[in-house]
Structure formats: C-alpha cells, structure tokens
Design a protein around this ligand. Structure first.
Ligand code: SF4
Length: 395
C-alpha cells in the first residue's frame, strides 16, 4: 500500500528519493531543508519496518502488523516504510537469513543456500540511510529480532552454524516465537527440523540496516515495536519524537545565540523534569553561546545531542509533580482560594497515580490563558503534542 518496491535483483537507486545530503550533515543531523521549503505538512514523520504496517514482505510472505503504530500513531504521523530485504532485491517469499560470526561485525547469510548477503546489504543500508536523511524523519520504529531491522538483542550465530549443511541446524534469525526462530519454522516445513531453543546463538547483535540507521542518524529516536509495548518506553519515545521535530525545526532557522537562549528558556521545565543535570550542562552551553566563546556551528550539534540525551531520560512521576507545582506557584496569586485548592488537589491526585498527567496540565493551561505569566509563556512542557496527550501512558 505504501511501498514502491525495487525490482528484485536491481541495485537500489537512492536518487529516487531525492538528492542525498553530505555525510557530515547526516552525522550532525543538520537540517537538509526546512519543512516549509520542502513542503512537508507539519504531521510527524516516522520511518517504519514495512512489515509492521501490515505489508506482506516477510520471508514467508506474511506481515507483523503492529496495531499501536498503524491505528494510534497513524492518526498523528505519516509513515515512510522500508523493507531492507525486499529493497535489496531478495524478493518475497525468500530464504530466511541470519547474522553469523563476530557479534561486533557479523555477516548476513542465508543458511540453507549458504548465500552471503553481507556486502549488498551493507551497501544498500548505507545508501538507504543517506536517502532517508532527505525524508525529514522524526523517528523510526523497527521490527524486533530481525537480522536486518532488529535494534537490540538480535541473535548472532557461530560461524559453524552459518550453513544448515554444516555444523548447525538451528533456525534463521528473523525472529523468535516461543523459543523457535521464525526461520526455524520455515526450516521445519522444509523437513530440516525446528530451531533449537538451546542453540549457541548469542543475543547481542543488531540488524544490519538498523546498525546503519543508528550510525548514520545518531540523534534520530529509534525503537522496536516490542519495547513500545512498555508504557515507560512509549512515553520516552513520544517525548523524543516530538522533541526531535522541535529541535530540527529550530535548527532549520539557522539560529544565533539569542535564539538559542530563547529556545533553551522555553524548554526549561521540560528539561528539568527529564534531567536536571543535563539541563545544567545546557545552561553552560547557552552561556558560552551568549558570550560568543564558541561558534554556533560547533555549539549547536553539541546542544542538540545533549538535548536529545535529556529527553531519553524517563520522567518519574515525582519529577512531573515538581514541575507542575513550580507552575502552580506562578499562577497562585491570580487564583482564588477555591481554584488554588482544586489545582493542588489535581496535582496531588496525579502524584498518587489517581489522575493522568493531562488533568493538571490542562487545568494549568486554562489558568495561564486567563492569567498569563512571563515564566510560563512558551514553556513546551505546558504544550505537549496531541500524540503525547492521547497516546502516552497515564504518567
Ligand atoms: S523485519 Fe525488516 S527486512 Fe524483515 S520483513 Fe520486516 S521490514 Fe522487511
């Protein structure tokens, strides 16, 4: 439905997606062009392993549709689907593949035929990531466990299990269900017997495309679908997704020191809730910029990396409660006793887990609309993206 597949066997053509930016731009996550320049609507844009969208692109012609992604995130985001194995020309259906050898630099092989896909996949992955840098992505959701797309704990098999005819008869590495690798299910149908749960594979690898993505776009928020089922991980992902878009839009304006100071001031409560320590570091960077001690082209990538690192820190409920109380103090004098008590009660109910964050936040927004305060105006903490309010857990 979304994909324009490469012809099996044909070389990937990055220019199909536009001109690739320079490597150093990708590494620094420099904006390729502003959203307005590229005419991209202000919806969030998420790269996705295509099988998670329901595309029947897996080795056995099935999909792994992920409902939260398609239905919930899909209401707020546009998707850029990628299936590395199909796009590199393996076709569907295809032989299962697996990572083998050195977990730090594994090869990608098809164990039944012994075909080594390492070089074509590495070449493809680098080119595809360069092309994706032109897609203004705000995040990426990858398929867990895949030797191409898996982000964490992907199986890497010993060299003597690189071929089914050799020392090992385990399954492929495309994923695991109930202790049997998906490739093992395919192997069982082919009469080779199921993968053994007690095989010597180590779960320390990263899929080959996923590795190129993380290397090439180091600030891009990336998660796999299984981890997104964890509500704390989901909240962190949503914060990084929205924060990354905010940072890219800011950088696209080629900001100077004064603009950075304003941006930083607007993130104050957000950053304090995530990580007071990193907020202090960022204070120092902004002071350096204001004093003209360091060129902005050098300072901005450092600020961006630290900013994204802060957003990656999960926010404890008590830290939210502290931020909410700080805001309550700002509007205290403008409220009557009843409104003050009501606000305090909602913050306390949130702290005790009886109300979602949205309840005191929406009340505070209402009060600041009627009684603006300079220290609250522009605070991004008070203005979460609808996706965060509607899809975040009750934190
Ligand atoms: S996990 Fe990645 S390579 Fe495998 S089918 Fe899904 S999108 Fe394609």
């Amino acid at each position: 439905m979304f994909l324009q597949w490469a012809v099996p066997g044909a070389a990937f053509e990055p220019t199909r997606y536009g001109n690739s930016p320079r490597d150093d731009d990708i590494m620094n996550n420099a904006p390729v062009a502003t959203v307005a320049q590229r005419g991209i609507p202000p919806r969030l844009r998420i790269g996705v392993s295509a099988c998670l969208l329901g595309e029947e692109v897996r080795y056995d012609g099935t999909h792994k549709r992920y409902g939260f992604l398609v239905e919930a995130l899909g209401a707020h985001c546009d998707f850029v689907p990628v299936c590395p194995e199909v796009e590199v020309g393996m076709g569907t259906p295809r032989e299962p593949i697996r990572l083998v050898g050195d977990p730090a630099a594994p090869r990608l092989v098809a164990p039944a035929s012994g075909i080594d896909h390492t070089r074509p996949m590495r070449r493809f992955a680098r080119a595809r990531v360069r092309a994706l840098a032109c897609e203004q992505l705000d995040a990426f959701v990858l398929k867990k466990g895949s030797p191409s797309c898996g982000l964490f704990r992907v199986r890497v098999w010993p060299e003597d299990q690189a071929e089914l005819g050799g020392g090992g008869r385990g399954g492929g590495g495309t994923g695991v269900r109930g202790g049997i690798a998906e490739g093992g299910e395919a192997g069982a149908r082919a009469g080779r017997g199921p993968a053994r749960a007690g095989s010597r594979a180590v779960r320390t690898g990263r899929g080959m495309f996923a590795a190129a993505l993380v290397d090439g776009m180091p600030l891009l928020p990336v998660e796999d679908e299984e981890r997104l089922d964890d509500l704390a991980v989901r909240a962190s992902f949503l914060a990084r997704l929205v924060g990354y878009r905010r940072w890219k839009d800011f950088r696209a304006g080629r900001p100077r020191a004064r603009a950075l100071a304003r941006f930083h001031a607007n993130q104050r409560l957000l950053l304090l809730s995530h990580s007071p320590g990193i907020h202090r570091d960022l204070d120092g960077l902004v002071a350096e910029a204001s004093a003209g001690n360091r060129p902005m082209r050098e300072l901005l990538p450092v600020y961006g990396a630290r900013y994204m690192a802060a957003l990656a820190v999960s926010v404890a409920r008590r830290n939210h409660a502290t931020a909410l109380r700080r805001l309550a103090v700002l509007c205290k004098s403008a409220l009557d006793a009843g409104d003050r008590a009501d606000l305090a009660a909602r913050i306390e109910d949130f702290r005790l887990g009886r109300l979602p964050l949205a309840a005191p936040l929406i009340l505070l927004r209402h009060h600041f609309r009627r009684h603006p305060h300079a220290d609250a105006t522009g605070q991004t903490y008070l203005d979460p993206h609808p996706a965060q309010l509607m899809l975040g857990p009750l934190l």
